[in-house]
Design a protein around this ligand. Structure first.
Ligand SMILES: NC(=O)c1ccc[n+]([C@@H]2O[C@H](COP(=O)([O-])OP(=O)(O)OC[C@H]3O[C@@H](n4cnc5c(N)ncnc54)[C@H](OP(=O)(O)O)[C@@H]3O)[C@@H](O)[C@H]2O)c1
Length: 224
């Protein structure tokens, strides 16, 4: 049995899901080293954590950092926060694709990324279209193992105000009990459940391409 501890790389570790995932990876005994590529420093100190301040526009300069077993991509923004559709696309399409290509180049075994419910390259909704386009582009990279997570609306504590998320939290007690059967996938999901599912799936170390809808993410978020 191979008992060597794995190395992980995470981008988006300062985000809602990324931060939850970072804590899980640091506590895990299957990872001996966790690298976080960030644009501003993280305050966490941990013996397993190496953080590297990078400019995502010149990510190629840091390609040696990608020589790890598992790469987790939790990058993302909103059009409002990014300032334009173009700037949004940079974060949700260009950067993840660059990350995936560098992971492939440096021999990473698994690539795990958060997309979104409704991802569809043909969608008339810009956000869903970009998510669909990145999913298709990632499949072309031909990574040994590609895991795409499509959560519904994320819940969790943010420092910023996001109207949709706040509204969902308020109406959840009324509507959640109605979301059963096929509607279950529309249930908002806790960011920590998404992070836990990413970890549980990574642990299984399966080869191939996988897409997880929100209800499957929830099913996979339990410790096994
Ligand atoms: N919010 C939802 O309800 C929802 C639903 C479904 C899917 N998703 C998707 O889930 C993923 C994770 O969402 P989240 O809410 O956890 O994200 P988040 O809290 O907004 O965090 C996004 C991460 O991306 C990084 N980032 C943003 N712009 C960047 C830039 N220009 N350069 C480098 N890094 C940048 C942030 O770094 P900084 O801290 O440096 O800004 C942060 O680490 C996203 O892809 C999102 O589209 C979200």
């Amino acid at each position: 049995m191979n008992t060597e501890k794995r190395k992980a790389l995470i981008v988006g570790a300062t985000g809602l899901v990324g931060n939850e995932l970072l804590h899980i990876l640091l506590q895990s005994n299957i990872y001996g080293n966790v690298k976080a590529l960030v644009r501003k420093p993280i305050s966490i100190k941990h013996p397993k954590l190496t953080q590297r301040l990078v400019d995502f526009d010149t990510l190629e300069k840091y390609e040696e950092e990608f020589a790890v077993h598992d790469v987790f991509c939790c990058l993302g923004t909103t059009i409002k926060k990014a300032g334009s559709q173009e700037a949004f696309k940079k974060v949700d399409f260009e950067y993840p694709l660059k990350v995936a290509k560098l992971a492939k180049k440096k021999g990473a075994k698994q690539f795990l990324i958060i997309s979104a419910m409704g991802a569809n390259s043909q969608s008339r909704i810009f956000y869903n279209r970009v998510k669909g386009i990145i999913e298709e582009a990632l499949k072309q990279v031909q990574l040994p193992s590609l895991h795409i997570f499509r959560p519904s609306l994320l819940l969790g504590k943010r420092n910023e105000f996001r109207l949709g998320e706040r509204f969902a939290e308020m109406v959840s007690p009324i509507f959640l009990p109605l979301l059963i059967g096929n509607l279950r996938k529309y249930k908002p999901i806790q960011a920590k459940d998404v992070a836990q599912a990413m970890y549980q799936i990574a642990k299984q170390n399966c080869k191939g391409e996988f897409v997880y809808e929100s209800s499957q993410i929830l099913n996979n978020s339990k410790e096994i």
